[in-house]
Design a protein around this ligand. Structure first.
Ligand code: MV4
Length: 449
């Protein structure tokens, strides 16, 4: 039985996990850097351990310090949250080797999905459609030219160790291919210590649609529907919706079944998200994330399922608490990521929050570790709050979101609240008519305020 969990993270996600634990009667251990001694996640936890100085590599990425903290506090399990060590297969193995439960997928599945070429090949074998491309590493320019001519330009060169948009090159014509290949290789080598690259057909105006799954590790996998994460800037998601304005219930069921069948065949365990590009009615697998995601609350809002609770139950050997037929989708949910940044030029805005008043009322959820007097640190990512709103329809959700954004007071620092207020007034956004490039154009096209 899991009775005490060490939460190897900080900020809003550490609070989110703490809340699930306490509702389940599980004790929590917070870990923190010296910069986070006064953080909300430390205050709420039953116990806390300082694991190092401010830089993440010395604290939240410090495996020996985190394992030691788990052992000395007698924790039974470690929840990694997202980011930091969440998708480090080596960390998951070491946790298990120490007799602790890793609340997440099997280390071999984390490793498989971290290798973008291998994961794509495996998903294709398992019957999931993938973007047409090299189906393996591309090693020389002659081979690349033949392949690109075959699939047709534009093509994209991606790093196998990449993901999340790092080390990609779009190529529009044969004459630019050799140089792009060399550049992608060099960038991948420098960034990941692995210069393996592959080629895909470049989709020019897709949406980014991802499917949330839960697996019991014994061949049962259920899906909790999709999230549309197309609203992003420089590969950072800004706003997410569940469901996607582009899909209907039948399409949701169909892609959900494809994904569950595939992951059931590998006995996938715990929570995961399968990312697709969606264009002209077709889904193309690109990557799988083997972690709890930032935007998981919108799925919770439309399904009523507590994903973190399910993660903990599954890690403790319990069965899934519901069957696919029992998963129902109700209404619409939107998450706004509120960053401590200028909403004009996105420069970071750390500093002290002088006044704090989060919105409330019906169907409004705020996941945040902020409080009046808290100082936003410059060392970590700038996400300071997630405003999540539900409505019976997308329109009701948008009206409630407008009201909630109006109510939200965060003084002392700049935030991206004004950006969200502008986005939700845009007619294309209101119509759900956008792709992965829409927000960048919106940001570039608005006047300075
Ligand atoms: C693509 C693509 C178009 N065609 N692959 C960027 C992040 C990484 N996960 C994959 N990415 C893309 N892969 C093909 N074949 C366009 C992107 C892409 C993107 C994808 C999802 C969300 C935002 C994006 C922004 C720019 C490019």
């Amino acid at each position: 039985m899991i009775e005490k969990i060490l939460i190897a993270n900080r900020g809003e996600i550490a609070l989110r996990i703490h809340r699930a634990c306490h509702e389940m009667g599980i004790q929590t251990v917070a870990v923190h850097s010296t910069a986070d001694a006064h953080a909300m996640h430390v205050r709420l936890a039953d116990e806390s351990v300082c694991i190092g100085p401010p830089p993440a590599r010395d604290s939240y990425l410090n495996m020996p310090a985190i394992l030691t903290a788990a052992i000395v506090t007698n924790a039974d399990a470690i929840h990694p949250g997202y980011g930091f060590l969440a998708e480090n297969a080596n960390f998951a193995s070491i946790v298990e080797e120490h007799g602790l439960v890793f609340i997440g997928p099997r280390p071999d599945h984390i490793e498989l999905m971290g290798d973008k070429i291998a994961s794509k090949a495996r998903m294709k074998e398992l019957g999931v459609s993938v973007v047409p491309g090299s189906d393996g590493p591309v090693t020389n320019a002659v081979e690349a030219r033949r392949l690109a001519a075959d699939i047709g330009y534009p093509v994209i060169v991606k790093a196998s160790a990449g993901g999340g948009g790092r080390g990609m090159q779009v190529v529009h014509e044969a004459d630019a291919l050799e140089e792009a290949l060399a550049r992608a290789r060099a960038e991948a080598g420098a960034a990941f210590g692995d210069d393996t690259v592959y080629i895909e057909k470049y989709l020019t105006r897709p949406r980014h649609i991802e499917i949330q799954v839960l697996g019991d590790g014994e061949g049962t996998v259920i899906h909790l529907g999709e999230r549309d994460c197309s609203l992003q800037r420089r590969h950072q998601k800004i706003m997410e919706e569940a469901g996607s304005p582009a899909l209907n219930a039948a399409q949701r069921t169909q892609i959900g079944e494809v994904v569950c069948t595939a992951l059931a065949r590998i006995d996938y365990r715990n929570a995961g998200t399968i990312e697709f590009l969606y264009e002209d009615g077709e889904f193309y697998f690109i990557e799988m994330n083997t972690r709890l995601q930032v935007e998981h609350p919108i799925t919770e809002m439309i399904t009523g399922i507590d994903i973190v609770r399910e993660q903990i139950r599954l890690a403790d050997g319990a069965p899934l608490s519901l069957r696919q037929e029992e998963v129902t989708f109700s209404g619409h949910a939107i998450e706004c990521r509120i960053n401590a940044e200028s909403s004009v030029d996105f420069t970071p805005s750390p500093g002290q929050v002088t006044n704090y008043h989060p919105p409330g009322g019906r169907a409004v959820r705020v996941d945040s570790a902020l409080y009046a007097g808290y100082t936003v640190q410059p060392y970590y990512d700038s996400l300071v709050s997630k405003l999540i709103v539900h409505g019976a329809t997308r329109n009701e959700c948008l009206l409630r979101l407008r009201r909630a954004l109006e109510e939200y007071v965060i003084d002392g620092i700049q935030t991206t609240i004004p950006l969200h207020q502008e986005i939700i007034l845009d007619q294309n956004f209101v119509n759900g008519d956008y792709d992965i490039h829409w927000l960048e154009k919106f940001v570039a096209g608005r006047g300075d305020r």
